[in-house]
Design a protein around this ligand. Structure first.
Ligand SMILES: Nc1ncnc2c1ncn2[C@@H]1O[C@H](COP(=O)(O)OP(=O)(O)OP(=O)(O)O)[C@@H](O)[C@H]1O
Length: 237
């Protein structure tokens, strides 16, 4: 069964069609990797799914329900979680408080349930030891963990990851891969935009190339990375 269906989804800025009649069916349990050149519209696509931007045309269904007109917080409460390319936590607040805000205001959880989810998410992301630290003092790896932790505190059934491995060493990105594996094993479908291909290919069950507003190559990571069109668009070969 498809957990997410985008039907002829479009978004233009002025005369530029950044997303252009894009169709996608994402099945439960998939880890879909999205690659594409800078400025291809990958983050715009996430903004449309999360409700940060409204489409110029088309529709989005999540678990069979049309969510095209829903606000971000309503989508969040339905189970769509996301991380941002550039983590921007409340720097003066502790790690714990940051995750609690996400669970209460993003997930809509009552305070008592929220505390349980926060503790579970801190545990899963390996941040329990840092719960009292102001988030402005975190290393890049811990900032990325916090991004994940905030998204996980709402128990997402669809998790959108925007360049979560960017800027990390190989060893650090392995830490994140383990966390993402756990989240997937817990039952979430994942869409992952990433330029760190070696990280993406370890987990993605399917890969697409976004170009000129649409997915132009679609297949297993091996198929897509060997595809001549994908190479010329993305790798410049
Ligand atoms: N709010 C906006 N107003 C005008 N143009 C925008 C807006 N948001 C995005 N764009 C434009 O849409 C295009 C796609 O941007 P987007 O950030 O989605 O690309 P991307 O594929 O995520 O790029 P990157 O890999 O560099 O993160 C760019 O040309 C960008 O300048």
């Amino acid at each position: 069964m498809s957990i997410l269906v985008a039907d002829s989804l479009s978004r233009s800025f002025g005369a530029v069609n950044v997303i252009d009649r894009l169709d996608l069916r994402l099945d439960a349990g998939e880890i879909l990797g999205i690659i594409g050149p800078n400025g291809a519209g990958k983050t715009t696509f996430f903004n449309l799914i999360a409700g940060v931007m409204r489409p110029s045309g088309g529709s989005i269904c999540f678990e069979g329900r049309d969510i095209t007109g829903l606000a971000t917080w309503d989508r969040c409460r339905l189970g769509i979680g996301r991380t941002y390319q550039v983590p921007k936590p409340y720097a003066h607040m502790s790690v714990y408080e940051n995750v609690l805000v996400a669970a209460v205001h993003g997930g809509g959880l009552p305070l008592r349930d929220a505390h349980n989810e926060v503790e579970g998410a801190l545990d899963l992301t390996g941040l329990s030891h840092a719960h009292a630290i102001p988030s402005g003092q975190l290393t890049l790896l811990d900032l990325k963990r916090l991004e994940l932790c905030r998204a996980l505190s709402i128990r997402p059934r669809l998790l959108l990851l925007d360049e979560i491995a960017g800027g990390l060493t190989d060893a650090e990105s392995h830490v994140l891969l383990d966390i993402i594996r756990h989240v997937h094993a817990r039952g979430a479908a994942i869409i992952w935009i990433e330029h760190v291909i070696h990280a993406l290919r370890r987990l993605a069950t399917r890969l697409v190339v976004l170009y000129s507003g649409n997915f132009v190559v679609d297949g297993t990571p091996e198929e897509v990375l060997a595809d001549a069109r994908a190479k010329s668009i993305y790798l410049g070969e």
